[in-house]
Design a protein around this ligand. Sequence first.
Ligand SMILES: [Zn+2]
Length: 52
Amino acid sequence: MTLKKDECAECGSKNVNYKEKEQQIICKDCGAIFEELAPEEEKKFERAHNQK
Ligand SMILES: [Zn+2]
C-alpha cells in the first residue's frame, strides 16, 4: 500500500493532516491514522495499530 501524504488511503479524502514531526497522516474525515514505515519502505504508510 502506497499512500500520498495528501490523501487518505481509507476513504480517499484529501482532507488530511500530515504531521511531519510524528511522521503521521491523520484523516480529518474518517479519523484514520497512518504511520510512516521504516526508511527503506519510503513513501509507504501503514494504518496505525493503536488507533482509538
Ligand atoms: Zn479518511
